[in-house]
Design a protein around this ligand. Structure first.
Ligand code: UDX
Length: 447
């Protein structure tokens, strides 16, 4: 009989995982403690913008015309425990308020709610990004609190999906990493992934701590690459070099690779910044803090980029204060193809300029509602053209394809001054210059 799967937590990770599992042919039950989210999902609506996810979901959510009916949702842990053979825990682990460490309360609450209902054989699979050592602790918790005893087992299976590519990354992962303590757990997870998802993806079998560390070290490496190129941008800026050319040239060395070497205002979002901080905090607890002190530098290079963008804008406007200056901001989300504004470098820059007296008008293709909620005092416009109307300077802060397709000549007609700063090194400088704009980007020559 086919395995039955449950997914606990229906954010980016959980909603995508649940829909993907249904796509692979499993019967799936998704759980969230937020009723409104469950109501939306039952109607086939996704609580966030993620390309392709709504279509995937609607293909499977029970009750939707033409769907497979394999995907249902609930808020009831007893129902989840009774239904599933394999329970994926996909709740979030945000940064703890005012601290570096991550907040494990959602993970702990999920285990506390599920464990007492586990009366028969079950495999609980952690997918959330957690401090190393959590799986050991949670396995002990299950052993103590699940009535099934040893039959209720834990495995750790980190997830590497990127926002904006969540569906593709889940259905076609680069690798599947699984930390297990028994052959039974290995067999069950091999069965879950012995589907098109597993085909062609390396299956890395390991222990709990390594599985947990793979995730945090991968994110640390990515963050390091971005801060490295941003440090090079700073040197290029000082020396008159061109960081975009530099990135291209070093990237041809395939030991380095070309990806994740785009200089700009740096990384943000719900993962990289908080994951490197939680990693440092955990290393400290383990007495290995010296091993990760470089991450403090990675974090501070990253945060400095935002301030430097503000400074570049101030200088470009003549070096005085922002008072009375109209600043058009293109982009609010932390990356394109997402409506996520968590720790968004774009909004941080917009907010700093606003606080310094600038008259900021923001436009983003998908992030407007979330941005308005987080920064209600900023100005907002319904299109790029409307944001640019009357602007003394245009800041390009999230690299949506919509912005690359803008016609600089048309924008030049409505802007007060043809001055654009590209905070993502993603616009075509020549295109803008030909249309009469002064184009500036961090770490690149002025003309
Ligand atoms: C990241 C990891 O990539 C993913 O594997 C993990 O599962 C979760 O965290 P995500 O947060 O979706 O995914 O974003 P990502 O695509 O990694 O981008 C992170 C940030 O880095 C964005 O703000 C992006 O604009 C920035 N970035 C990325 C750069 O500034 N330069 C680059 O070259 C690449």
């Amino acid at each position: 009989m086919a395995l039955k799967i449950t997914v606990i937590g229906t954010g980016y990770l959980g909603a995508t995982h649940a829909a993907a599992m249904a796509e692979l042919g499993f019967e799936v039950l998704g759980l969230d403690v937020v009723e409104e989210k469950i109501d939306m999902l039952r109607r086939g609506e996704v609580p966030m913008y993620e390309p392709g996810l709504e279509e995937l979901l609607r293909r499977h959510v029970a009750g939707i015309e033409g769907s497979s009916g394999r995907l249902r949702f609930t808020t009831d842990y007893a129902e989840v425990a009774a239904f599933g053979d394999v329970h994926f825990v996909c709740v979030n682990t945000p940064q703890r308020h005012g601290e570096y460490a991550c907040d494990m309360s959602y993970v702990d609450a999920a285990f506390a709610s599920l464990a007492p209902h586990l009366t028969g054989p079950a495999l609980v699979v952690g997918k959330s990004t957690v401090p190393v050592g959590s799986a050991d602790r949670l396995a002990a918790y299950l052993a103590e609190h699940a009535p099934a005893g040893e039959d209720a087992e834990l495995a750790w299976n980190p997830e590497f999906l990127r926002e904006g590519f969540a569906v593709n990354d889940t259905l076609h992962p680069d690798r599947i990493v699984v930390g297990v303590r028994s052959e039974r757990a290995e067999k069950l997870l091999r069965e879950v992934y012995a589907t098109p998802v597993g085909e062609g993806s390396p299956f890395v079998l390991t222990d709990f701590p390594t599985a947990e560390l793979v995730k945090t070290s991968a994110n640390s490496f990515l963050a390091t690459k971005i801060s490295f190129i941003n440090a090079m941008a700073e040197v290029c800026e000082a020396a008159g070099g061109d960081v975009a050319k530099l990135a291209e040239a070093i990237g041809y060395d395939d030991r380095i690779g070309r990806k994740f070497l785009r200089a700009g205002i740096g990384f943000g979002g719900g993962c990289l910044p908080k994951d490197i901080r939680a990693f440092m905090a955990r290393a400290g607890e383990l007495g290995a803090d010296q091993a990760l002190t470089f991450l403090r530098e990675i974090d501070s290079i990253n945060m400095r980029q935002r301030g430097q963008m503000v400074e570049l804008a101030r200088q470009a406007l003549g070096g005085g204060s922002f008072l009375g200056k109209r600043v058009a901001v293109l982009g609010a989300t932390f990356k394109p193809d997402s409506d996520d504004v968590r720790d968004s470098p774009a909004l941080n820059v917009a907010g700093q300029i606003h606080l310094q007296g600038g008259q900021v008008t923001v436009y983003d293709p998908k992030g407007m509602d979330n941005a308005r909620r987080l920064f209600p005092t900023l100005g907002y416009a319904e299109s790029a053209l409307a944001a640019v109307r009357g602007a003394d300077i245009v800041l390009h802060l999230t690299e949506w394809s919509e912005f690359r397709e803008l016609d600089p000549a048309a924008l030049g007609e409505v802007a007060s001054t043809r001055l654009v700063l590209d905070g993502r090194n993603a616009l075509d400088p020549e295109l803008w210059r030909r249309a009469g704009w002064t184009y500036r980007a961090m770490g690149r020559p002025t003309a």
